[in-house]
Structure formats: structure tokens, C-alpha cells
Design a binder for this molecule. Structure first.
Ligand code: UT7
Length: 306
């Protein structure tokens, strides 16, 4: 993982909009978030995270069979962030490198896509990245959204081989720009995130159990068989509701939303990165990851740590 150097506290935001630390902490679980400072760039952080992932995996760039960057805030639309990584890291030129937009579910959509690509590739390693520069698309006059989002990048090297169990991804979409929207350049207006928070909250608390149930059904596993649950970090209350519903013990899930806020596609790999650093997961750990967000999109899968 790689996060920007600038920390923005709830108190910092209270100086900009009518809010306070107590409201933000109790409603979201967020205490701080990282925002790219002047001169800092998400593409540099993306390359840093990807480089670290390769080193940690002991995999060299020439072994990579595909590269996907999940993002809605890439520095350039063209060339893609993934093509930028191809150049920066010296990945092979005869592989697909592309960006993927599934908002906060992006990293999981990318893992599923990567599994399909690697099944058909002679190279069995893939690079999957989630990276966001959401501070660039915040409406600083909207206290309902400006307190939520942070920047960062997380990367994973994945390996897929014949005979290994599939990650058994489940996913879905419901096209709707009414609840959560980030307009593009053609809209003519500002490219700011807008969200009907309470309605998205309701969608999320229904999507998470659906995802967990479907993955468990598909893999024939139970909650007890799963070593760790990783949730998209959108709101601590959404995670707490899921944990309570499935009686997931404290040592089997993790929240870092207090430190980073909602980093959309980067949120799941930021959790995975910290879990690995803290040795909460290791070789053989089976991790059920769940994501949900704009689109609307949702998804889940069961990953096994190498
Ligand atoms: O990652 C993509 C998926 N995103 C999500 O899953 C986000 C899901 N939604 C949420 O996390 C929550 O809905 C929010 C944290 C965004 C909002 O929390 P809420 O409990 O749904 O609050 P609300 O929007 O219903 O607002 C409650 C009150 C309102 O005041 P009134 O109308 O009751 O007087 C808001 O104007 O809180 C007010 N409010 C604030 N007050 C202080 C809204 N934002 C703030 C704020 N500080 N920052």
C-alpha cells in the first residue's frame, strides 16, 4: 500500500464546513484521512504500491500476465493508469493493461476479471491495483460527502493456476446515478461526488449479507471456515451490522476507516496490506472480501493467501 503524506483530521474539516469530530466519528467511524498534497501524485503512489507488492511476492515484472487498475480518479483517461504502470515497472508489452471502473467494488471486479484473464494466459501472475485520488473530486461545500473520502493505493500480485480453487466471485450491478454520482468531463459541470447517503447506506446493509451468503453458497463454506472477513471501508456502522449479523469474532475482521476514510477502490487492498503487515493473515489464510458502491455495484469473493 501507499498513501499520501498529508493527514486531514475531522477538526481540519470542521474549519471548512459546519461539522464536528463527534458527528463524523459516531456516524462514520472516520477520524482522519490522507489527501494528496501539492506535488504528490496518485500515479506515483500507484507505482509505489505495485512495486512493493511485486517485491513482497518475489515476482519479477516479466512474470506478470495482465495488469488492472481499479479506479474512478485516474490522472489521465488516456493513457490509462495501468498503461502507466506497464511503463513505470517495465511490465511485458504483450499483456493486457487497462483501468476498470466499478467504483468502490472495483478491486473485486478486477480480481474476478484477472482470474478470467490468467486462466487464458501463459503467464500465471497478475497485478491488481486499487487507487483513488478522491480529494480531487470532493465538493468542499457538501458536508454530507466531503468528510468521507480519502486518497491511497493498494496493490496485490495474484497467482492463478489450473486445478486451484476459483475465487468464486459473485457480483452485481444496478444502473442508477441517482444515489451516487461522479459526472465526467462531458457533463459540463464540476466533477464532484454527490451521494444520497442514507439511501446508499440502506443499499449497502442489504448488499453485504447477500454477497456473503452467495459466496458461502458457491464455495460450500460456512462463516466458521473463513479465516478473515474484509469489508469495503465506507462506514464503520455498515461493518458493525454485518459482523453482528454473522457473529464474526473481533479477531476475524478489521477496520482501518478511522485512519483513511473511504478510499473507494483502494479500500479493500489497503485493508489487505495492513493485515499482511500485521501478520493477521498469512500463507493459507482464506479471506472473504466484500465490496459495494457506486454504479450501483456490489461483489464478493474468497481469496487464499499464498
Ligand atoms: O463507498 C460507497 C458506498 N457509500 C456508502 O456506503 C455510504 C453510506 N452512507 C453513509 O455512510 C451515511 O449515510 C452518511 C455517513 C453519509 C451520512 O450519515 P446518516 O446517518 O445517513 O446521516 P444523514 O445524511 O441522514 O444526516 C443526518 C443529519 C442531517 O441533519 P438533519 O436533516 O437531521 O437536521 C444532516 O444534514 O446530519 C446532518 N449532517 C451532518 N451534520 C454534521 C450531514 N452531514 C453532516 C456532517 N456534520 N458532516
Amino acid at each position: 500500500m501507499a498513501v499520501p503524506s498529508k493527514t486531514v483530521t475531522n477538526q481540519d474539516l470542521a474549519a471548512l464546513v459546519e461539522t464536528n469530530d463527534e458527528w463524523i466519528t459516531s456516524r462514520t467511524g472516520i477520524q482522519r484521512r490522507r489527501h494528496c498534497a501539492e506535488g504528490e501524485s496518485i500515479s506515483v503512489l500507484t507505482a509505489e504500491a505495485a512495486q512493493k507488492a511485486l517485491e513482497r511476492a518475489g515476482v519479477t515484472p516479466d512474470q506478470i500476465g495482465a495488469c488492472i487498475v481499479a479506479t474512478v480518479t485516474q490522472e489521465n483517461l488516456v493513457p490509462s493508469a495501468a498503461c502507466g504502470l506497464q511503463k513505470d515497472l517495465g511490465l511485458p508489452e504483450d499483456i493486457p493493461c487497462f483501468d476498470l471502473n466499478a467504483a468502490c467494488t472495483g478491486f473485486l471486479f478486477a480480481l474476478h476479471t484477472m482470474e478470467c484473464l490468467l486462466n487464458a494466459s501463459p503467464r500465471k501472475f497478475g497485478l491488481v491495483v486499487g487507487a483513488e485520488n478522491l480529494s480531487r473530486v470532493i465538493n468542499w461545500e457538501d458536508r454530507g460527502t466531503c468528510i468521507l473520502f480519502g486518497d491511497g493505493a493498494g496493490a496485490a500480485v495474484v497467482e492463478c493456476r489450473e486445478g486451484w480453487p476459483s475465487i468464486s466471485a459473485v457480483m452485481g450491478c444496478h444502473g442508477s446515478g441517482e444515489l451516487l454520482c461522479l459526472p465526467g468531463v462531458e457533463s459540463g459541470g464540476h466533477s464532484y461526488i454527490s451521494m444520497e447517503g442514507t439511501k446508499v447506506f440502506k443499499f449497502a446493509v442489504e448488499a453485504v449479507p447477500w454477497c456473503i451468503d452467495q459466496v458461502l453458497k458457491k464455495t460450500g463454506q460456512t462463516v466458521e471456515d473463513v479465516d478473515f472477513f474484509v469489508f469495503h471501508q465506507a462506514n464503520a456502522r455498515i461493518i458493525d451490522l454485518a459482523v453482528r449479523k454473522y457473529h464474526i469474532p473481533a479477531e476475524k475482521y478489521y477496520k482501518n476507516i478511522a485512519e483513511y476514510g473511504n478510499t473507494s477502490a483502494a479500500s479493500i487492498p489497503l485493508v489487505l496490506g495492513e493485515l499482511q503487515e500485521q501478520r493477521k493473515v498469512g500463507p493459507g489464510s482464506r479471506v472473504l472480501a466484500v465490496g459495494f458502491g457506486g454504479g450501483l455495484t456490489w461483489g464478493s469473493c474468497l481469496i487464499e493467501f499464498a
